[in-house]
Design a protein around this ligand. Structure first.
Ligand code: FES
Ligand SMILES: [Fe+2]
Length: 477
């Protein structure tokens, strides 16, 4: 990538006015040129300049080149089941409304009035037939169209083209297992193309719930003084930290010692990893096939897993079913999940600043779970990974102090070492003992993190999806 000069404020204004007047642009303009050359990112050598996490220009380029372009997680179908149901979230730093229109179709909009930019929806969730801006009361239907403009005849002489001033719409929305993803970029490939081979692992995590999925209650939301990539990398699978960072929960008897067998696998734009071949508390009643697990506390959900694993073995084969629960995963850039024998969570980590991020997290369950199992899952989720969860606190503390350690004048000049398991990478088929998509490393590996940065660099160095697509194809498995 070559460094280019940023347009002057005057040039930017001219561009903005020109395209805003064009209805086809839906009020948006193209991405500006990158602000500077990228810091050194050498995934193949396991090296990364720490400016990647702390530099303001890099961060601003990420908002343009990653978050305005990639598929981003929005919410789950079960949160907006009825016409008029809505919830608010973010895509990058942009506030967004996710709404099921009166026609039943799910859409998402920039939560900003086309008049002066006021957020038109201040609530976090609810049901409505319109969004009325609190400032001057422009009113939008749930399909985003502008319907009401005070003083339309007196002050606009009844001539303003309301059709040109609807809410800015997210270009594409697609879902998998009720998980709704959106992208601002109309040229983005389909979500299926984006996920590639990762769809197989997503199926093992979410496709095993034949009665559907739903999230429990509202979101847990909290901020962390860290760069958004620290949690994304950790959830791409970092078994390396478990014995040291989570020593206390282990001492309390909440966790079993780790097994040495495990995997990190990248496929498409997703990353998954865990240990494997551990017995569960429910295994005494089944065929004895061990599955991955590390929680020591008994939980009735393991019996549900036992049945799901048997069903998935018939569908996808025993070797793949043996992976259930699959552990940690991230889909590029900032959607993560954790699939354990006691609970499942999904989270999206919104960027707020180079050193600040905001987590939105939900406990997700099978819709047809017995109430007592559902409650046990919910409690274990809160105990471990809620905002004050035992493991979440360990992780958050480490991510914040990583950020502190690399934010100073000298700290940001130092390279990060991402070389764990370098040179030991192999195929997913080899790692799992059955034909499977992707490639990666064993349990002590940063293969997924290195792959995350191959993708990150491709996004940051590409001007459009036309140039990004072949770059991603070159580096993806
Ligand atoms: S800012 Fe929304 S109507 Fe004025
Ligand atoms: Fe952790």
């Amino acid at each position: 990538m070559t460094a280019t000069t940023r347009p002057t404020a005057h040039q930017e204004d001219s561009q903005s006015m020109a395209t805003t007047a064009d209805p086809a642009s839906n009020g948006r303009r193209g991405a500006p040129a990158p602000r500077r050359a990228l810091p050194l990112v050498e995934p193949d050598a396991g090296l990364l300049e720490r400016a990647v996490y702390v530099d303001e220009d890099v961060y601003n380029d990420e908002l343009e080149r990653v978050f305005a372009r990639a598929w981003l997680y929005l919410g789950h179908d079960s949160q907006i089941p009825e016409p008029g149901d809505y919830m608010t979230t973010f895509m990058g730093e942009d506030p967004v409304i996710l709404v099921r229109g009166s026609d039943g179709q799910v859409r998402a909009f920039l939560n900003a009035c086309r008049h002066r930019g006021m957020r038109v929806c201040r609530a976090e969730e609810g049901n409505t037939s319109f969004f009325r801006c609190p400032y001057h009361a422009w009113t939008y239907a749930t399909d985003g169209s502008l319907r009401g403009v005070p003083k339309f005849r007196e002050a606009y002489e009844g001539t303003m083209a309301k059709n040109d001033w609807g809410l800015v719409q997210v270009a594409k929305i697609e879902s998998r297992y009720g998980l709704l993803f959106g992208t601002w970029d109309e040229h983005a490939p389909s979500l299926g193309d984006y996920l590639g081979g990762f769809a197989v692992y997503l199926d093992l995590i979410f496709g095993r719930a034949k009665g559907g999925l739903e999230v429990i209650g509202g979101a847990h939301k909290w901020t962390i003084e860290t760069n958004w990539k620290h949690p994304a990398e950790n959830f791409a699978c970092d078994m390396y930290h478990v014995e040291s960072a989570h020593q206390r929960p282990a001492e309390l008897g909440l966790m079993e010692p780790l097994e040495l067998g495990g995997y990190e696998i990248s496929a498409g734009l997703g990353y998954v990893g865990h240990q494997h071949n551990r017995a569960l508390s429910s295994d005494g009643v089944d065929d004895g096939m061990p599955i991955s697990a590390y929680w020591a506390m008994p939980n009735p959900y393991t019996y549900v897993l036992h049945e799901q694993r048997a069903a998935m073995a018939l569908e996808l084969g025993e070797q793949l079913a043996r992976m259930i629960p699959l552990g940690h995963a991230t889909i590029f850039p900032n959607f993560s999940l954790l699939d354990t024998e006691s609970f499942r969570l999904i989270r999206v980590v919104h960027p707020l600043a180079p050193g600040r991020a905001m987590v939105y997290q939900w406990c997700i369950v099978e819709s047809d779970l017995d109430p007592e199992v559902r409650d046990a899952v919910r409690k274990q989720y809160i105990l471990a990974f809620g905002p004050a969860g035992l493991l979440e606190q360990d992780d958050g503390e480490n991510w914040r102090e990583c950020q502190n350690g690399m934010s100073g004048t000298i700290g940001r000049r130092v390279s990060t070492n991402m070389g764990l398991g370098l040179g030991q990478d192999t195929t997913a088929t080899e790692l799992l003992g059955t034909e499977a998509p992707g490639a990666g490393g064993g349990i002590w590996s940063e293969a997924n993190q290195r792959q995350f940065y191959r993708h990150w660099r491709a996004f940051m160095e590409s001007d459009s999806w036309a140039t990004l697509r072949p770059r991603l194809s070159d580096v993806s498995f």
